[in-house]
Design a protein around this ligand. Structure first.
Ligand code: 5GP
Length: 133
């Protein structure tokens, strides 16, 4: 069965998309640690990031760097933190989290509750910044 993220890429499940190319897709995390918390995935479905073929692995990080620059341009933060967990969704993904403090990267803390309107505003601001690159 396709992963939930493959279903998002296919448009079967909605997402707040921030960027996309032929091989990669970036969208807001539905349970964000901070406003602008973004997930970057390869469209190719592989569970464990270190099992990706070398070309996709390198391309994913290059795409994530461009998305991180857009997140930083659109969301006030000191810098964008990076994490790879994969404890919940078996489809490789990189978390990009706008940081004010080290504690903003604590995945055990309570997640932010945002309205759909706020998600849409943030996604649109990041997408605009990405498209201006
Ligand atoms: P991980 O697998 O890295 O431990 O966590 C998966 C992440 O994906 C979590 O931060 C969770 O909030 C996010 N997530 C899980 N399901 C969905 C979904 O359907 N849509 C979106 N946008 N994010 C999801």
């Amino acid at each position: 069965m396709a992963s939930i993220f493959s279903r998002i890429v296919a448009g079967e499940i909605p997402s707040w998309k921030v960027a996309e190319d032929a091989d990669f897709y970036a969208f807001l995390d539905i349970n964000p640690l901070a406003e602008g918390h973004t997930l970057v995935i390869p469209k190719k479905e592989v569970d464990y990031i270190f099992d990706l073929d070398p070309e996709t692995y390198a391309g994913l990080w290059q795409f994530a760097a461009r998305v991180a620059a857009a997140v930083r341009a659109a969301v006030p933060c000191k810098r964008v933190g990076v994490a790879v967990l994969g404890m919940e969704v078996p489809h490789a993904h990189i978390h990009l989290v706008p940081l004010q403090t080290e504690g903003d990267m604590d995945f055990r803390k309570e997640k932010k509750q945002l309205t759909p309107e706020r998600f849409a505003q943030i996604a649109s601001a990041i997408a605009d910044a990405f498209n201006k690159q």
